[in-house]
Design a protein around this ligand. Structure first.
Ligand code: HEM
Length: 368
């Protein structure tokens, strides 16, 4: 809750949890500083292991290795590759809204926010149509609340991508996985497990977050009718409305780092190995950086939110996520210009403190 964040921000640069021995950082300056300072704060939260491809992925790797990995995957995941997706994302958003029945009631979450990102990434990876259901299932299970199922899911995905990599080596295609294999050939930077880890990361890191951004944009705008009207008249405000959603309802609320060696950080005695939680959700409401932080303002400029992180691990998928969210919002504005929330049930948030998102969000297109 925003008032709790505010209280924590005023409590000091960092707050120590005695019981579990970790630090929390709530201010914008502090969160940004920790993400910039990879020399003192490690992304390697767990030791890398063959059992968990995520723990050995780029997300959890420090320099110098991170730099090599990032250069390799960035060669495959370029803005050009992403921009080429624009028209198929538009087509897909239209199809999803057709299927969901744009005239009547619609659950934003299951109707468009969830299926759009998973289908886009499957298409980019060149996943055969017949396997798309499998992708959706994994994607759902990964956000579910069953840790055993999540582990099992990682194993299934690892086996699946192992086969896909094998077949793309034998028969290259015009897709992200082939591009990744090709980007990796010269330097041979990524091991097989790291390649698999990266494929899984694209599903894990990219789908839920983008789904949440899409549904949150409607959540924020549905309760700001003036902003909705302005967007209807002027679609060029869509990008800044998405940026404001990223700030206001940040899909990733908290990141983690580990202290590399004993140090004084902003007057706090950080000890080697301690965990530091950085509250992006709070940093993005810091009154020292944002005027009227509790107001959802689609004209906010500049908007230096930290929703995609900061520094060397800055989100590799930010261009794609923004593109998908803009297209989804535009499609909803065009097809459901009078959308209103009609059920009186309290909104149900996902059961996670690390992520912000909704379980469902039912709207209707009101008749004028
Ligand atoms: C990294 C947020 C969508 C791929 C990150 C980080 C954040 C983030 C905060 C930094 C993690 C850290 O510093 O520890 C988001 C949000 C998204 C989104 C809010 C949607 C609204 C995507 C998508 C993809 C993606 C669509 C790819 C398909 C990645 C990758 C990294 C990353 C590969 C690791 C980069 C590195 O370690 O160098 N993301 N992300 N993300 N994201 Fe995203």
């Amino acid at each position: 809750p925003l008032s709790w964040f505010k209280q924590q921000r005023s409590a000091g640069t960092a707050v120590f949890n005695e019981e579990h021995q970790y630090w929390s950082v709530f201010g914008h300056e502090g969160v940004k500083n920790i993400h910039t300072d990879f020399e003192h704060f490690s992304s390697q939260i767990q030791p890398p292991s063959d059992d968990s491809p995520i723990d050995s992925s780029i997300l959890r790797t420090d320099p110098p290795r991170h730099k090599l990995m990032r250069a390799t995957v960035a060669r495959a995941f370029t803005s050009r590759v992403i921009e080429q997706m624009e028209s198929s994302i538009e087509r897909l958003a239209g199809e999803l809204l057709d299927q969901a029945g744009s005239a009547g009631r619609l659950d934003i979450v299951s109707g468009i926010a969830n299926p759009l990102p998973v289908t886009v990434i499957a298409e980019m990876m060149g996943i055969p149509q017949g396997d798309r259901e499998l992708f959706k299932k994994w994607s759902d299970d990964l956000v579910g609340n069953d840790p055993a199922r999540q582990m099992q899911c990682q194993e299934e995905m690892a086996l699946y991508f192992k086969d896909i990599l094998k077949s793309r080596r034998a028969q290259p295609g015009n897709d992200l996985i082939t591009a990744l294999i090709e980007a990796n050939v010269g330097g041979g930077t990524l091991s097989e497990i790291e390649l698999i880890g990266f494929c899984i990361l694209l599903l894990v890191a990219g789908n839920e977050t983008t789904s949440n951004l899409i549904s949150s944009s409607i959540l924020c705008l549905e309760s700001a009718p003036e902003a909705w009207e302005q967007l209807l008249k002027d679609n060029s405000l869509i990008p800044s409305a998405i940026e404001e959603t990223l700030r206001y309802c940040s899909p990733v609320q908290i990141l983690e780092r580990r202290v590399k060696a004993d140090m004084q950080w902003a007057g706090n005695p950080f000890k080697e190995g301690q965990l530091v939680l950085t509250y992006i959700g709070s940093a993005n409401h810091d009154e020292r950086v944002f005027d009227e932080p509790e107001r959802f303002n689609i004209h906010r400029r500049p908007n230096p939110h930290l929703a995609f992180g900061h520094g060397i691990h800055f989100c590799l998928g930010a261009v794609l996520a923004r593109l998908e969210a803009r297209i989804a919002l535009k499609a909803l504005l065009n097809r459901l210009p009078r959308l209103r929330r009609t059920d009186n049930q309290p909104l149900e948030r996902l059961d996670s403190s690390m992520m912000f998102g909704l379980k469902r969000f039912i709207i209707e297109n009101a008749v004028r």
